[in-house]
Design a protein around this ligand. Structure first.
Ligand SMILES: NC(=O)c1ccc[n+]([C@@H]2O[C@H](COP(=O)([O-])OP(=O)(O)OC[C@H]3O[C@@H](n4cnc5c(N)ncnc54)[C@H](OP(=O)(O)O)[C@@H]3O)[C@@H](O)[C@H]2O)c1
Length: 334
């Protein structure tokens, strides 16, 4: 049994990490601000890391950790944790992102691709997410040299997803199936699509971390196509209605955004500058044991989560509100 400290553990991926660690028989402590609970079976230590100092970590037991897993986005928080805890941690995993890369146009790129310039300062604003993660990675490498695992996930999918992206498709087909209505999809479904199931990622972060795996690795699934995701979503939703296809230009003219955000079609990426974003190599993590469940399972989990949230809800993070989608379909097919 390993003593694992999760810096985080109360949100989505962090909770999944904690659950996987507990299921593997480890003892887990989480450090977070304390407004949200940690999963049952884990100890939660409440502390606020926002000032980037070592002070918040004084709330933790004065012990050594077999593994620390940090999901932070803020360089100051990452530096503070390393200063306070690195000497007492046998293994360290930092959850970064493929958003660290400077260029997303090239399919099959790997970890050798150039990165964004690192953020200067302790706090990354939302639009500085990638540069902030670069600075976090540099802090980890600065403190631990090669003795850390830096995992760069791509799009994470599955139950509990707060981003409204991957789940949009099974959720939308399910809503349309209930109402016997059509669904709007991008015409080009042959473009690459890639995700990592939250449970597969969490399990790997724990096993690789406990096992002492080190290095920098893109944590992504095998690349397939948007078509494969849409077919799986249609099957999971039991949808047998009409699919209305719209070309890139028509969607853009209608003001529909790509990939994410308000009034978007999730996972639709027509901009050549993003042609490789959902199409990374992933060979290093695969060689280090990152495995993947079938797409049908991830889509099923995402659909269950969408049903819990409410299929007809306004789309906060990504997707089209249903009335807007129907109006677009009417305008595109008049
Ligand atoms: N979603 C994706 O598709 C995707 C893709 C690539 C990479 N990622 C990465 O995957 C990770 C996702 O982590 P997550 O789902 O667990 O969500 P998150 O929202 O990024 O997790 C933040 C965690 O840190 C804690 N926290 C935040 N501010 C804090 C503070 N000032 N002091 C102490 N604790 C604080 C939060 O807990 P409290 O709020 O309870 O304090 C929460 O447990 C992130 O590293 C993200 O960058 C995500």
């Amino acid at each position: 049994m390993a003593q694992i400290l999760v810096l985080g553990g109360t949100a989505w991926l962090g909770r999944a990490v904690v659950r996987q660690a507990l299921a593997q028989g480890h003892e887990v402590t989480c450090l977070a601000r304390g407004d949200r609970p940690a999963p049952d079976g884990a100890r939660l230590v409440a502390a606020d890391r926002h000032d980037g100092t070592i002070e918040p970590y004084a709330a933790l037991p004065d012990t050594s950790w077999d593994l620390v897993i940090d999901v932070a986005r803020q360089p100051g928080q990452v530096r503070g944790a390393l200063a306070a805890l690195s000497d007492r941690a046998a293994h360290w995993v930092f959850v970064s992102s493929i958003s660290v890369y400077a260029d997303h146009s090239r399919p099959d790129a790997d970890e050798s691709a150039p990165l964004l310039p690192a953020l200067i300062g302790d706090v990354a604003q939302a639009e500085e997410y990638g540069a902030g993660k670069v600075a976090c990675e540099q802090a980890v490498i600065g403190a631990r040299g090669p003795h850390a695992l830096i995992a760069r996930p791509g799009l994470i999918a599955g139950h509990g997803d707060p981003s409204d992206r991957f789940g949009y498709w099974p959720g939308r087909f399910a809503l349309a199936a209930e109402r016997a209505e059509p669904v709007l999809v991008p015409d080009r479904t042959d473009r690459a699509c890639q995700w990592i199931d939250v449970r597969d990622l969490a399990a790997w972060l724990v096993t690789a971390g406990v096992g002492g795996t080190t290095g920098v690795m893109d944590a992504v699934g095998p690349a397939t196509t948007l078509e494969a995701v849409l077919y799986a979503a249609i099957a999971a939703a039991g949808f047998s209605g009409r699919v209305v296809r719209a070309g890139d230009e028509a969607l853009r003219e209608a003001g529909v955004e790509e990939f994410m955000g308000p009034r978007s079609l999730p996972l639709w990426l027509s901009d050549p500058a993003w042609a490789g974003f959902l199409d990374r190599s992933g060979a290093a993590a695969a060689a280090a044991g990152l495995g993947h469940r079938p797409l049908t399972e991830t889509v099923g989990d995402a659909l269950a989560w969408e049903r819990e949230l409410g299929l007809g809800r306004p789309r906060a993070g990504a997707g089209l509100d249903r009335p807007d989608e129907l109006a677009l379909i009417a305008a595109l097919t008049h």
